[in-house]
Design a protein around this ligand. Sequence first.
Ligand SMILES: NC(=O)c1ccc[n+]([C@@H]2O[C@H](COP(=O)([O-])OP(=O)(O)OC[C@H]3O[C@@H](n4cnc5c(N)ncnc54)[C@H](O)[C@@H]3O)[C@@H](O)[C@H]2O)c1
Length: 420
Amino acid sequence: MKDKIRICFVGCGQFCRFFVPIFKNHPAVEYIAVCDKFPERSKEFSETFGANRIFDTFEEAVASDDINAVAIFTQRDLHGYMAIEALKHGKHVYSAVPMALKIEDIQEIVRLVKETGLTYMMGETGIYRPASIFCRRKYASGEMGDMVYAEAQYNHDMKRLYDVFKYTEGESWRKMAGLPPFFYPTHSTSMVLSAARAHAVKVAAFGYEDKIDTDIFGDNMNYWDNPFSNSSMLLKLSNGAIARISENRRVAWHFPETYISTFNCTNASYECSLLQHSYVRMDEKGFVDYEDVSDLLNSAESTAHKSDSEYMQKAINGEWQNTEAPIQIVNRLPKELEGLHTGHAGTHKFMVDDFCQAYATGKLSPTNAWQAARYNIPGLAAHQSALKGGVTVDVPDCGDPPAEYEVLSPDREFNEEDYR
Ligand SMILES: NC(=O)c1ccc[n+]([C@@H]2O[C@H](COP(=O)([O-])OP(=O)(O)OC[C@H]3O[C@@H](n4cnc5c(N)ncnc54)[C@H](O)[C@@H]3O)[C@@H](O)[C@H]2O)c1
């Protein structure tokens, strides 16, 4: 029997807070440590969650034999460096998105995972979201025919995030807030690509040059000299289909944040507008059959409020966005996680469980290094295209995982042999 997971959370910020209790209660985990560059934050986490140890620095954590894994929840620009260092020190890695901000760092993570056999998982919510599950299952069943075209987006207006950046970055917060939208593409790309079972081969993209936050976006304004607050890309996929992905950071929108709006195939199509999810199928004679799949894909909590007079008003402002929908297989999760808070459309527990399962079984997580690279790299290539006014750019590919590995399906059913 393999040792249990002994994990250090690096980055005791807003997002990590939701994950510590899930990891701590997971039956595969026996030890938790915390680490933040601000000692008061790691102390507060340690007291709140009952950590076994506080590490003063990331470097001290990865060098320690007390732990065998790290969960990286620091800011976006640190994930690549920290994942590489952790793997070099023999630690398994769970990393918040994105995987890294440089193609070379992503390639290095893939290389190290291949060399060491350690578990790597990018904690990507997108593939566990109801619309992604629905399109993935329907398309895999063969019922939809051949994929033609898809659209997905991550609309996250930054106004609400500026305070978060100020909290963590102090005076330099603007430098971080101007991150190119395409450096954080995985919510949208993963939803479409996991359903398509394909990867991007070419990209052409454009950016919207920001006119509002000119002290954040533009030359010398951020670490990347990035002028774009919103960007859209057109991808040619390995299965011949086309996908449009938009990453909008200054846009009048709130919820849903990440969604597939269109998944068109030759025999059937899925469409979404706000909370209305539609599925149409065409027969051999060209007649179209309509199915309203909203109750399957919206959270059960939301559906219970469908006849409220303010239903849509509340939904687009984020109510009922945290809990599970009927399509998500909640009973495949360990019973120890029941009752714990989840988030991002009920995805958090699935991500933690898949990391733990991957570690325990030696299988690859659904968002293993190879797959995570295929969700991340298109954005990095797309930014280059947008900076050059939309020229077509090849998307570098790290390939499939080695054939000897089995990859865990995010859609697997309850298994007696899981942690029960
Ligand atoms: N849907 C999602 O998947 C989703 C949602 C929110 C955040 N995230 C990701 O989670 C990460 C964290 O986001 P957040 O909102 O919690 O940010 P945050 O700023 O609240 O937290 C980051 C923490 O990391 C700490 N830190 C920075 N450098 C460090 C170092 N060298 N060593 C140790 N600690 C260090 C900071 O002090 C801070 O407490 C981000 O990378 C973000 O991309 C993902």
